[in-house]
Design a protein around this ligand. Structure first.
Ligand code: MOS
Length: 734
């Protein structure tokens, strides 16, 4: 009946999918984004753009010591300035960024005690943005500075094992030392990667409005359902008093998984003033006071026998975070399952540093972990004297080498082989031998792997009297294509043209979705939409008086029993259903991951050390590809991220106070058009019946995983020089 709920917990395989049996032909197609016209015409409203009456503007104030106590915050001068309404200095109410730990792990420590340079300590509110900024810059703050820990090298020996959490920090299997001893070929090397920033185009922004004790926050966030919980907790109100609206988000890459200080500041100010307050972080504040990807130090040990089969794999990592924070960059994540080998040691230790909070950034773990693993595999191939793809073939496991469970589906070797054929891998020359004028040329390869995750997610789908479908969930589209693929799934199952599906996202008044994170968005929220549509099919069949399997939905019509009826006619006052997906046993019964292979060609200038990436190819498998165009765009973005990570991206921390030195896009170098050559992406098709009813696995992040390593391996092939300290800037190559 009306309002059915269709719930599915993934406790067993789901071999049948309505996406295979439906008569419509929209799923998988490279159709344009349905939100595209709104975006290019400037009518997609982002958080900072809502035109509310009587808005006051907030400007955040940052701490200018790396550690210490605030002894005096003199707001009187600022308050007397024209246009200034208030300076909210009860900094103890602000939180250090509650992180992406969902409802857990949000520290309640205020910032009377400064945790890091750049931490947000106050908000100035004025009639204009300019007035607020002017006053904020004149705010006088006194500190009693204290000793801080600002240098990784100085403190690396104090690294500690993080407290146990979702991802176990240690895995020991067999005897790594013994395995290394027995090995005929050995690699024992250390790779390092720097702190990085997600550098999403849209800065963090919040517009807060209170009405009758309830808050509406227009915010640039990836996971409204959990962000709402965090914000409520921060403000000390119950979650049903908080609504988050995030209809359009200009990129997140992890930095918007959890709430950032501007949301709490805007909400407190708006309540105090009794009027809406908008707080947009300056670009520099995004770098200072949201999250960074931790720097890493990764010791890789690989030991292989005479046949090139791995008998020892060691991946010992050290990353950094603030005292008291549980999160660690899980750099060893893919090492758990990518290659065979009985003796294994994977560890994650944390050094406590008074640097900006570290948290998730695109493909947390694999994005930097594969720099070390795939670099070391390339080194081992060179050491043994076999082709790096052949080495990977010889170490292809039959099952998860640690958990001893099967892979749900795994096409790593086909990706490598297809890529090798298309890229011209057979023409690769020995390292340092392909000189053309002042340039050395080389090609490199690396595997891509990213764990697949399913998250609890719900969505409502309704069909109105005009036969149009409406999808409602608080799931977000952070530039990934969510609007479009949820529209496609609905159109496919309900037999509607895509134009007749209206997708409403990013409003916590709608059923709670998975949010955009960890590459789980499409699979999780897509499945909830699938389940709602499946329930609607049942309702439609009932209204038609036929058996559901004998019914075909196509082009807005219901066809069965030699009858063809417009859907609009059949639904009467309308129909609706809610779908809910939840992870179950399948996640533990199978190792689920997406795979790929990256190929890169580089030229390195022998005089200047300049590196130019000439071309890249990524071949990926991620179960069903829901939209070839938006999927390809995700992979292009990931590969571009890989170029930046390999060559230019590096947050520099001042060793005297931890301050982020290069805190804008002029100084933190993400690749620009001139740095990015023609990139090619190809998908190998598969279905994963263990993952979800869509048979799709995570795709958002697999494109960055291994991309930087392919560039690094190509640089080695070009030059014969192996640099393990990323980014591989020209000074290190000379
Ligand atoms: Mo992603 S780093 O889980 O947004």
């Amino acid at each position: 009946g009306k309002g059915d709920t269709n719930s599915l917990t993934m406790n067993k395989a789901h071999p049948e999918s309505l996406l295979d049996s439906s008569a419509q032909d929209v799923i998988g197609k490279p159709i344009d984004r349905i939100d595209g016209p709104k975006k290019v015409s400037g009518t997609a409203t982002y958080a900072a753009e809502y035109a509310l009456e009587n808005v006051a503007y907030g400007y955040l104030v940052r701490a200018t010591v790396g550690a210490g106590k605030i002894t005096k915050l003199d707001a009187e001068t600022a308050k007397a300035m024209p246009g200034v309404i208030d300076v909210i200095t009860d900094y103890a109410t602000f939180l250090r960024n509650p992180q992406q730990g969902g409802e857990t792990g949000a520290p309640t420590q205020g910032v009377e005690q400064v945790a890091y340079y750049g931490e947000i300590i106050a908000i100035v509110v004025a009639e204009s943005y300019e007035a607020a900024r002017d006053a904020a810059l004149r705010l006088h703050v006194d500190y009693a500075p204290s000793e801080g820990r600002y240098d990784f090298q100085t403190h690396r020996n104090e690294a500690e094992k993080p407290s146990p959490q979702q991802i176990p920090p240690y895995h020991e299997q067999g005897d790594i030392e013994e395995g290394m001893k027995q090995a005929l070929h050995r690699i024992d090397v250390t790779y390092t990667t720097p702190s990085q920033n997600s550098a999403a185009m849209e800065p963090h922004a919040s517009l807060a409005v209170w009405e009758d004790g309830a808050l509406t926050l227009y915010g640039a966030y990836q996971m409204p359902a959990s962000d709402k919980q965090q914000l409520a907790k921060s403000l000390g109100v119950s979650a049903d008093k908080v609504r988050i609206v995030a209809a359009y988000v200009g990129g997140g890459f992890g930095s918007k998984l959890g709430i950032a200080p501007e949301s709490v500041a805007a909400a407190i100010a708006a309540k105090r003033l009794g009027r809406p307050v908008k707080a947009v972080m300056a670009r520099q504040q995004v770098f200072d006071a949201t999250v960074r990807r931790s720097n890493t130090e990764q010791r890789m040990r690989l030991g292989a026998d005479a046949d090139g089969k791995l008998i020892a794999i060691g991946h010992e990592t050290i990353t950094s975070n603030l005292p008291g924070e549980d999160y660690f960059e899980p750099a060893g994540m893919a090492t758990h399952f990518l290659y065979d080998g009985e003796n294994r040691l994977i560890t994650h230790d944390i050094v406590r540093l008074d640097w900006t909070l570290s948290g998730s950034m695109r493909a947390p773990g694999e994005a930097v972990g594969l720099i070390a693993l795939e670099g070391a595999i390339d080194e081992l191939a060179e050491e043994i004297g076999i082709d790096p793809i052949e080495l990977r073939r010889r170490n292809e496991p039959e099952q998860d080498p640690e958990k001893k469970v099967p892979y749900s589906s795994r096409m790593l070797i086909p990706c490598l082989e297809r890529g090798a054929e298309r890229f011209g891998w057979a023409k690769r020359k020995p390292a340092g031998t392909d000189r053309r004028g002042d340039w050395l040329y080389g090609i490199g390869v690396a595997s891509a792997a990213r764990s697949n995750q399913l998250q609890k997610s719900a969505a409502k789908v309704s069909i109105d009297g005009q036969g149009k479908a409406h999808v409602e969930t608080d799931m977000t589209d952070i530039g990934t294509g969510t609007y479009t693929i949820l529209g496609q799934i609905t159109a496919e199952i309900l037999g509607l043209p895509i134009e007749d599906v209206i997708v409403h996202l990013g409003d916590t008044d709608a059923p709670p979705g998975a949010g955009s994170g960890g590459s789980w968005g499409a699979g999780s929220s897509g499945s909830s939409v699938y389940l709602a549509c499946e329930a609607l099919r049942g309702q439609i069949a009932k209204a038609m008086g036929v058996d559901e399997p004998s019914m075909t939905l196509k082009d807005g019509r219901v066809i069965a029993d030699n009858r063809s009826v417009p859907l609009a006619e059949l639904v009467g006052d309308g129909m609706e259903a809610t779908g809910e997906i939840a992870p179950g046993r399948q996640e533990k019964t199978f190792n689920q991951a997406s795979y790929g292979a990256h190929f890169a060609e580089v030229a390195v200038n022998v005089v200047t050390g300049e590196v130019r990436v000439k071309r890249m190819l990524g071949v990926f498998t991620a179960g069903r590809i829901l939209n070839e165009k938006t999927a390809r765009s995700q992979c292009l973005g990931g590969m571009t991220f890989g170029i930046g990570s390999a060559l230019t991206e590096e947050l520099v921390h001042d060793p005297r106070n931890g301050k982020v030195v290069n805190r804008d896009l002029g100084e933190y170098h993400v690749p620009v058009n001139a740095d990015v050559p023609q990139l090619e992406v190809e998908f190998l098709h598969e279905r994963d019946i263990q993952a979800n009813p869509l048979h799709a696995k995570g795709l958002g992040e697999v494109g960055i995983c291994g991309a930087a390593a392919a560039v690094g391996n190509a640089i080695y092939n070009a030059t014969g020089v192996r640099v393990r300290d990323y980014p591989l800037t020209l000074d290190k190559l000379l």
